[in-house]
Design a protein around this ligand. Structure first.
Ligand code: UFG
Length: 356
């Protein structure tokens, strides 16, 4: 894989269609840019239930080309059957899924239906096409609190802490079984650690569409003065400064990993099913992220120390050697890039789209 030059890959990928479900979402939109930069032709399926149509315009502007977008539920195959059955369509990157841990606890059936039943339907349809490659968005949530950090892919999967976590485990199992039963089929599950940041152009990023539960959107709200203060959930953990430790990963690095994963499936995979951690390999505490945001952006924000949040694990960060070995991929962006890009994107959203 690593021996193939960028030019060779560009030539090999040229004109190949990749269907990107959820391609206007946070990670999906960055992956669309990266696919184009690497010679692929992405086809977005997204019904904007958790994204905005203007992201499509931004993507076209950013890449200086037209991008095919089918505005529909990814489960409505009739609207994109011709693209699915097009012989140029060689792969699917599947992002379309619900992802709020809290909501999944109160609305589990919504999660099992969309994330699991929908995924099975997608595979059933794919089985009838010529598409033989699928990249699936999984999560480090499947490790729970690992016995050892950095956590490798060999670590045991823990009982899920939420229906959301259960959907990721179920879909990995489904994909593995499906790929083993259909030997012409190759798939890879990417276990993300904590994706943050925004594109360096600041034209795409994470949208504040619902009440944020994650750290970076909460920091942004506090910096904008939209919440009086940010609450740090727990400062009595067994970590260097008492706050939880996570592996924060820039979304552009994550997007590039999806393209490397598709290259791998198409050009060099000998396995039917692979699963990989995607992180930086470096654990950062909640306080470190907040302080970096304040310093690098030169903004003020208030925070207070609060109770632990139920379900949080103390510390988890990735052993990334497998992703390096298999994909020839390594995260390159720094914490500074993450906090600066996310703040610049916030300014752009407000100035250009009136979203505050
Ligand atoms: N945190 C705060 N205050 C906030 C929000 C978060 O202190 O207002 C802390 C959390 O307690 C945690 C850290 O910031 O210690 C990171 O929290 P996030 O919610 O950003 O991320 P999580 O690691 O909890 O969640 C991520 C993904 C989920 C996934 C989970 C698995 O966002 O999709 O990892 O562990 F399920």
């Amino acid at each position: 894989m690593r021996l193939l030059s960028v030019f060779t890959l560009l030539q090999m990928n040229k004109g190949k269609n990749i269907i990107v479900t959820g391609g206007l979402g946070f990670i999906g939109s960055h992956t669309v840019v990266s696919l184009i930069e690497n010679g692929y032709n992405p086809i977005i399926i997204d019904d904007c239930r958790n994204s905005e149509p203007f992201i499509h315009k931004e993507l076209e502007d950013l890449t200086n080309r037209q991008i095919e977008w089918i505005k529909d539920d990814y489960r409505n195959f009739s609207s994109y059957r011709s693209q699915l059955y097009d012989t140029n369509t060689v792969g699917i990157i599947h992002f379309a899924a619900y992802m709020s841990v809290g909501e999944s606890v109160s609305a589990p059936l919504k999660y099992y239906d969309n994330n699991v039943a929908g995924f099975v339907e997608l595979l059933q349809e794919v089985e009838r096409t010529n598409i033989k490659n699928i990249v699936f968005s999984s999560s480090c949530t499947i490790y729970g609190q690992p016995d050892e950090n950095p956590v490798s892919e060999h670590a045991p999967v823990q009982p899920p802490q939420s229906p959301y976590g259960a959907t990721k485990q179920m879909c990995e199992q489904i994909l593995k079984d499906f790929s083993n039963a259909n030997t012409a089929f190759k798939s890879i599950a990417l276990r993300y650690f904590n994706p943050v940041g925004a594109h360096h152009s600041h034209q795409i990023g994470e949208l504040p569409l619902s009440k944020p539960n994650n750290l970076m959107p909460a920091i942004v709200l506090a910096a904008q003065g939209k919440i009086e203060e940010l609450t740090i959930f727990g400062d009595d953990y067994n970590t260097p400064d008492g706050t939880c430790v996570r592996d924060y990963l820039h979304v552009e690095d994550l997007a590039n990993a999806h393209v490397r994963a598709m290259d791998f499936l198409l050009n060099s995979s000998t396995e039917n099913y692979t699963y990989l951690n995607l992180g930086t390999g470096k654990g950062l505490s909640v306080l470190e992220v907040i302080n970096s945001f304040i310093t690098e952006n030169n903004v003020d924000l208030s925070y207070k120390l609060g109770e632990r949040r139920p379900g949080d694990v103390e510390s988890v960060y990735a052993n990334t050697s497998q992703a390096e070995k298999v994909l020839g991929w390594k995260a390159e962006k720094t914490l500074k890039d993450m906090v600066v890009d996310v703040w610049q994107w916030t300014q752009y959203l407000s100035k250009t789209h009136g979203i505050n």
